[in-house]
Design a protein around this ligand. Structure first.
Ligand SMILES: Nc1ncnc2c1ncn2[C@@H]1O[C@H](COP(=O)(O)OP(=O)(O)OP(=O)(O)O)[C@@H](O)[C@H]1O
Ligand SMILES: [Mg+2]
Length: 316
């Protein structure tokens, strides 16, 4: 692995230097229904923006660690069937006496640890991987402590001077849930993307996420800029399927959705699924043939998001 890892040590005494209004743009990809393309979109956007020369930090908040697996050789805890762990960090040296386990993950942000993002094969892209057991532990924080220990924590991390110096953009992949970690992603974000498939349950999920967005706007510190929706992104669309065409049409007519809806429709295309595979060749949809429809759709989607970021996207 090439590139440098950055140590972002933080503790409550550092919070004083964090100022409101984070300079790093932060995109949270959220939708509590599973399988709609959160991880796929996060990965494609991370590749796109880093290829465009932006310094990107991809953060995996999902205990399934699917995003992390795309960029790192994750390891598996034999004692825990769902235990996906980050690999040893390239900076770690056996015998380090600092008490560091050698693995760094997004969960460390919530446990107030040291955070060492990992370099990836893509220049300009670093990843803060998930850690299955520890992220599940974060979700178990007591109700009375959740605001202080979870909801605000990722925001406090992303406004640290070290993070603002090292990155231009953070992209956060979330679990199919509306729990504390998803709320912390919305709290940290400057922009949200809500992918949806054109089926009844994901559409219900979309409206649930819009509700969560409004709640976030009401509980967010008023000195911060509002959370913008960069795109409601239709995905896995199949032309000629009446259900998909009918639901897309109704979203276009819905006054709460229409102005936030991406004009780019991502169709169900085998190239997106194939590029998700660890052994994929090419590894990125951007390396497909110039006229490949999946590549063209991915570029159109990323360009639309880039425009939403520069224009600010839609606020409340
Ligand atoms: N446009 C597409 N065409 C074909 N396959 C796709 C497309 N988008 C996503 N997929 C595939 O669909 C599956 C689900 O996508 P993905 O994992 O991105 O969803 P998710 O919302 O992150 O799921 P989860 O909620 O479980 O985290 C994956 O196998 C992915 O490769
Ligand atoms: Mg996912």
């Amino acid at each position: 692995m090439a590139g440098k890892a950055i140590q972002c040590y933080f503790s409550s005494r550092h919070y004083g230097i964090a100022f409101w209004g984070c300079l790093v743009q932060v995109i949270a990809v959220v939708q509590n229904k599973g399988g709609v393309g959160k991880t796929t979109l996060t990965r494609v956007l991370a590749e796109y923006f880093s290829r465009k020369g932006r310094r990107v930090l991809a953060i995996d908040l999902d205990a399934q660690c699917n995003l992390s697996r795309r960029f790192l050789e994750m390891e598996y805890d034999q004692a825990d069937p769902d235990g996906v762990l980050p690999p040893l960090h390239p900076l770690f040296q056996e015998g380090d006496d600092g008490g560091w386990s050698g693995r760094s993950s997004s969960a460390d942000v919530y446990f107030q640890g040291e955070v060492y993002p990992y370099p990836t094969r893509i220049e300009g892209l670093e990843v803060l991987p998930g850690h299955g057991p520890r992220l599940r532990q974060v979700e178990l924080v007591r109700v009375g402590d959740v605001r202080e220990q979870v909801h605000n924590r990722l925001y406090e991390f992303l406004v640290l001077a070290e993070v603002r110096d090292a990155y231009d953009l953070a992209l956060i992949d979330t679990a199919p849930a509306k729990g504390p970690l998803t709320i912390s992603a919305m709290r940290a974000a400057t922009h949200a993307i809500i992918p949806t498939t054109l089926e009844p349950q994901p559409i219900e999920g979309l409206f649930g996420m819009l509700q969560l967005w409004r709640q976030e706007m009401h509980s967010r510190d008023t000195s911060r800029p509002p959370l913008k929706i960069a795109a409601i992104q239709p995905n896995l669309f199949r032309k000629g399927v009446a259900l998909h065409e009918g639901l897309l049409d109704s979203l276009r007519k819905d006054t709460a959705v229409a102005s936030l809806l991406s004009p780019v429709i991502l169709h169900q295309r085998i190239a997106f699924a194939e590029s998700d595979h660890a052994q994929a060749r090419p590894k990125s949809v951007f390396d497909l043939a110039e006229k490949d429809p999946a590549r063209l759709e991915a570029i159109a989607m990323c360009e639309y998001v880039a425009r939403s970021l520069s224009e600010g996207g839609a606020g409340l």
